[in-house]
Design a protein around this ligand. Sequence first.
Ligand code: ZN
Length: 240
Amino acid sequence: MQKLIHTAKFFFRKISNRTGLAARLALDAVLPLECLGCGKGEELLCGRCLESIDRPELPKSGSVFAAAAYGDKFAKKAIWTLKYKKAKMLAEPLAELMYKRFFLGHQRPLDGRSLKKTKWIIVPVPLSKKRLRERGFNQSELIAERLAGKIRDREKIFIEVAANILQKTKDTPPQARVGSKEDRLANLQNAFSAENSHLMAGKNVIILDDVTTTGATLKEAKRTLREAGAKKIVCMVVAR
Ligand SMILES: [Zn+2]
């Protein structure tokens, strides 16, 4: 396997010398198929390392549910590798972590009855057009699709992923680079808009994001959807 990857990288390099950036970007997606935690196996994050990921402290407000503590080195590395090394396969174990901790664990944002009684949709937090162009995909949408698939297969409940409702209309700098909490909130004001709000009619909404720190993004996304007519809203993130 290692040898194959090595050969693939070699060819990509050869091509990228001629064709430039596009091929070099493709090179980023070629990662050795081994666990980024323990270095074993043929998965990017094995079951054992996934299970070992630290849980976050319980939310103070109770409205944002996180599957992992962002301080956990595997969680951090997995999210970083998904976004910046474009390892889309990592959406699978991260969705598995969310499923296990939110639907099987003791911290369940939604009880089975509420899931069955009301229709829910998942709205992934969008990227701005510019960021989406740079990255080529929205990691939150990939995780949302995987999570919805697991809920469908294992709980026999159909939850739609609606990536065409929330739009990021303002290209904001990464939250980590913005100063105080007030600055972050001001920076995000009116950063989102809602379209196709009829898709939310009579349904509850799960807003899904990869990471939250201050919760400012989720707060603004929630406000936008609420104004567009969403009923009950629950926020779920991979890590906090
Ligand atoms: Zn491992």
